[in-house]
Structure formats: structure tokens, C-alpha cells
Design a binder for this molecule. Structure first.
Ligand code: ADP
Ligand code: ADP
Ligand code: ZN
Length: 218
């Protein structure tokens, strides 16, 4: 089963993608994570993408499409993919359709996570992650069980994203509404969309997504 998690920045895509990866043995592909890794490694892609990401704008389609195609090919044998943060434009969605078709694969479901803009700003302001394993946390909604120690790997270093500040979040939200939201119509026409209430707590959202995937032949 291949699925897309679609939603604004801070909606909970990364959190739910990680839970699905564990519960369904699917592979999570996050273009945001890949791009941040490229920036940290100082590759040519990282140099092209870094400034754009700091402004909260979208990286050019051809760059992210190439990145996703490479990862899909590198992991060809897996049960399926959870795409987190891709596609984000109609051109990316069309490229994904072509890419999957050429590889005799298909997209089964698009989960749309609905969250109000005000809640998103609060979620992003409180977001941090384990520096070692990437496990995501929140100052109010998901603190490590033992303070200062990662639940998943025992790591004690945590990081916050440079683009997780209010000014850049506003620009990321603008990009979402202008460039990404039209994908909901695109995929509704393909009959693939299931909307979930992303305002609920993490466990409730997880249950709703599970139900939305029932009929997708998981
Ligand atoms: P996205 O990948 O969509 O940008 P994240 O999964 O990183 O979003 O979630 C953003 C922040 O909100 C993180 O700090 C995460 O721990 C927290 N979070 C995720 N889902 C929920 C939820 N349902 N309720 C409250 N906080 C949440
Ligand atoms: P969010 O938590 O906002 O959903 P991501 O980690 O998915 O953030 O993305 C962070 C940044 O990386 C985006 O603001 C954008 O600059 C870039 N990016 C990630 N995925 C894409 C994509 N599919 N197309 C274009 N830019 C992307
Ligand atoms: Zn960790």
C-alpha cells in the first residue's frame, strides 16, 4: 500500500508517518527530512535548497521529484511507501502518478489532515526532535517520558528546526494554501482522499487514519 499524508506544516504528518511505519511495516519518505540532510551535508542540492527553506518557500519541483524517484528506486522491494511532505504542487502530484505507473505501482490513499492555522503555529512553536534518531516531540503535547531522555533511543540531545519560527511559519502556511491545497481536489477526483480531524490528540488521529486505511486493502 502506498499513501500520501497531506496537510499544512505542523499538522502532524511526520508524527503519524512514524507511527504508520512502525505499525504497518511501510517506509516513510519525507522530502523535508531529505532536504534538511542535504543542507547539513552541504551537497549541491543542499546549497540550492537551503535559502529557499529558510524563507519558507517551496524548493523547485524538479529537485524534489528527482529526490523522491531516487528513493523509491533504492527501496523498490518494500511493502509500500508513506509519503510525508510530498507531493506539494500539482506538478509534483502528476510526476508522482507517472513515476508510480512506470514502476507498476499505484497510490492507494491520500490522508488529508485538517488543522486550524492558529493551532499550527502553536504546534510548530513547541516542536523539537531527538538529535540522534529524529523522534518528534512537543513542549506541551508530547514530552519525553523521562525529562531530557529520548523515549525511542535514549539520546539526550534535542534540536529545533531553524524554519520553525512564527515569521517563516506564516510564509510556509501561505505556500500551503496557494500551492498544496489544490491537491485535495486533484486527489478527490481520483477518489483517493480521506480526511481526518487533525485537531484531535495524537492517539485519536492515529485511530482515525487506521480506519481510513481499512478499505484500502492494507
Ligand atoms: P508535520 O510533519 O505535519 O509538520 P509534526 O508531526 O512534526 O507535523 O507535528 C508538529 C508538532 O505537533 C510536533 O511537535 C508534534 O509532536 C506535535 N503534534 C503532532 N500531532 C499532534 C496532535 N494530534 N496533537 C498535538 N500535538 C501534535
Ligand atoms: P512541514 O513541517 O512544514 O510540513 P517539511 O519538513 O515537510 O515541513 O518541509 C520543510 C521545507 O522543505 C519546506 O518549507 C520547503 O521549503 C521544503 N520542502 C519539503 N518538501 C518539499 C516539496 N515536496 N516540495 C518543495 N519544497 C519542499
Ligand atoms: Zn532518539
Amino acid at each position: 500500500m502506498n499513501l500520501v499524508l497531506l496537510g499544512p506544516p505542523g499538522a502532524g504528518k511526520g508524527t503519524q508517518a512514524k507511527l504508520l511505519e512502525d505499525s504497518r511495516s511501510l517506509v516513510k519518505l519525507s522530502t523535508g527530512d531529505m532536504l534538511r540532510a542535504a543542507v547539513a551535508a552541504g551537497t549541491e542540492l543542499g546549497r540550492k535548497a537551503g535559502d529557499i527553506m529558510e524563507r519558507g518557500e517551496l524548493v523547485p519541483d524538479d529537485l524534489v521529484i528527482k529526490l523522491i524517484a531516487e528513493r523509491i528506486d533504492a527501496k523498490g522491494g518494500v511493502k509500500g511507501f508513506i509519503l510525508d511532505g510530498f507531493p506539494r504542487t500539482i506538478a509534483q502530484a502528476e510526476a508522482l502518478d507517472r513515476l508510480l505507473k512506470e514502476r507498476h505501482k499505484r497510490l492507494d490513499r491520500v490522508i488529508v489532515m485538517e488543522v486550524d492555522d492558529d493551532a499550527l503555529v502553536e504546534r510548530i512553536a513547541g516542536r523539537f526532535a531527538c538529535a540522534d534518531c529524529g523522534e518528534g516531540y512537543h513542549d506541551l503535547y508530547k514530552m519525553p517520558k523521562v525529562p531530557g531522555v529520548c523515549d525511542r533511543c535514549g539520546g539526550t540531545q534535542f534540536v529545533r528546526r531553524r524554519d520553525d519560527n512564527e515569521a517563516v511559519v506564516r510564509s510556509r502556511l501561505k505556500a500551503y494554501h496557494a500551492q498544496t491545497e489544490p491537491l485535495i481536489d486533484y486527489y478527490t477526483r481520483q477518489g483517493k482522499v480521506r480526511a481526518v480531524d487533525g485537531m484531535a490528540d495524537i492517539a485519536t488521529v492515529q485511530e482515525e487514519i487506521d480506519q481510513a486505511l481499512e478499505s484500502a486493502g492494507a
